[in-house]
Structure formats: structure tokens, C-alpha cells
Design a protein. Structure first.
Length: 50
């Protein structure tokens, strides 16, 4: 997929900010990514979004 998707332009800055804040708070990049994956994979997160 070589085409840049508009949704990536929307999500990337928010994700970068979240990761930056997490790193400043003392979490490792690996920890942050693991939690993000877990949250995205968790079906209960989908239920909170209306």
C-alpha cells in the first residue's frame, strides 16, 4: 500500500503525541505499543465509542 491514506494523516499526530507523553512519563516504547494493541483488540473499547 504505497498510497498515503487521509485517515493516517488524521491519526498519526494524535498517536505521536500520545507516545511522546507516554515516553515522558517513563513508559517504554514497547510498553506503550503493547497497551495500544491490547486496547485496540479489546472488544469493550468498541462499546464505549458511540
Amino acid at each position: 500500500m504505497s498510497e498515503k491514506l487521509p485517515i493516517a494523516d488524521f491519526v498519526r499526530p494524535k498517536l505521536e503525541k500520545l507516545l511522546h507523553e507516554g515516553l515522558e512519563s517513563g513508559f517504554t516504547y514497547g510498553q506503550l505499543v503493547a497497551v495500544l494493541i491490547d486496547l485496540l483488540d479489546d472488544s469493550s473499547l468498541k462499546e464505549t465509542i458511540k
